[in-house]
Write a protein that binds this ligand. Structure first.
Ligand code: PBG
Length: 330
């Protein structure tokens, strides 16, 4: 008998063979670029904890959207940084609020050449930094008020849809948010607007740099609405509820520390499953690369491939445009 009997290395011998037998090929269309737009800026401003990421002005976000379209990315997700915040997050559903103004400008500029998406949450717009409104009086004063928040989300959804968002990303983790928003859109004749549910969203330390990017000063933490990192099966419950309420796409967030959850979710539903490679995931790799401890491009592509392999159809990543160019270059 010849030995070894099997030689898996045979299929790894050349780039051509490796390409032919690769189980996954990342495609630029499966990358979505998150962008920040800050009210009152006249030039883009770097975010210190997110190397390579900026807060955009209204003019520069339109350029960034066009650049993303040129690079072939599948979508662009907008986040707003308002000049003024209040307890109810009034700027979220104000048609002159920064996010809605930016959505209008970007949708006008890129049309149907990519999918224009809006983050549907209140944390960027509230002065306390929570994803919902707070109970005002009584023994529960200061707690996030689930059902009152749903009313704020439905109003915001209608404003974002009117501004030109084709997909709304529900990232607030309130119970019933998908159903409430779906019903409000349908009642307004907006059956066309796609709902992306951040179904399994964990209370994660990896969101740290994002809070810098949106200048959020959170009072307390989000553990009463975002999931406990210890829980895996609970993600399937959240996903099941969101799909039943009408989610068109479900997402797992963060990505890399939650590949087990992503894999479980992908196996359990028949809607598309996406993942969000969050700010702290970028910061970690950039810091290591800046020290020369890892090869930046290879590490970034490896993380994206791993997230894709675990079950994500598309990935939201701040590296979307750069990665799309690398993938096209081959
Ligand atoms: C909520 C929202 C957050 C992120 C995306 N949407 C912050 C949070 O939940 O605390 C984080 C994304 C990132 O860290 O890149 N609007």
């Amino acid at each position: 008998m010849p030995f070894p009997l099997e030689r898996p290395r045979r299929l790894r011998a050349t780039p051509a063979l490796r390409g032919l037998v690769a189980e996954r090929h990342l495609d630029p269309q499966q990358l979505v670029l998150p962008v920040f737009v800050k009210e009152g800026l006249d030039a883009p401003r770097p975010v210190a904890s997110l190397p390579g990421v900026v807060q955009h002005s209204l003019a520069s976000v339109v350029d960034a959207a066009s650049e993303a379209v040129e690079a072939g990315v599948g979508g662009i997700m907008l986040f707003g940084v308002p000049a003024v915040r209040d307890a109810r997050g009034s700027a979220a559903d104000d048609e002159d609020g920064v996010l809605n103004v930016a959505l209008r400008a970007v949708a006008d500029a890129v049309g149907d050449r990519t999918v224009v998406m809006a983050d549907l949450c209140l944390d960027e717009f509230t002065d306390h930094g929570h994803c919902g409104v707070l109970v005002q009086d009584g023994p529960r004063a200061g707690e996030v008020d689930n059902d009152a928040t749903l009313e704020r989300y439905t109003a915001t959804a209608l404003a974002q849809a009117a501004a030109g968002a084709g997909l709304l990303g529900l990232s607030g983790m309130m119970d019933g948010q998908v159903g409430a928003v779906r019903r409000a859109l349908d009642d307004a004749g907006r059956q066309d607007v796609v709902l992306l549910a951040y179904a399994a969203k964990y209370a994660s330390a990896f969101y740290g740099p994002f809070r810098d990017a949106v200048e959020s000063t959170l009072v307390g933490d989000r553990r009463t609405y975002q999931q406990d990192p210890a829980n895996r099966r609970e993600a399937l419950r959240e996903v099941r509820l969101d799909v039943a309420e009408g989610a068109d796409v479900v997402m797992v967030k963060p990505a890399l520390p939650y590949l087990d959850v992503l894999s479980d979710v992908a196996a359990s539903v028949d809607v598309p499953v996406w993942a969000y490679q969050v700010s702290g995931e970028l910061a970690m790799v950039e810091a290591a690369a800046a020290n020369g401890w890892v090869d930046r491009e290879r590490t970034i592509l490896e993380t994206l491939t791993s997230i894709h392999r675990a079950g994500a159809g598309a990935v939201l990543t701040y590296w979307a445009v750069e990665a799309a160019r690398w993938l096209r270059r081959g």
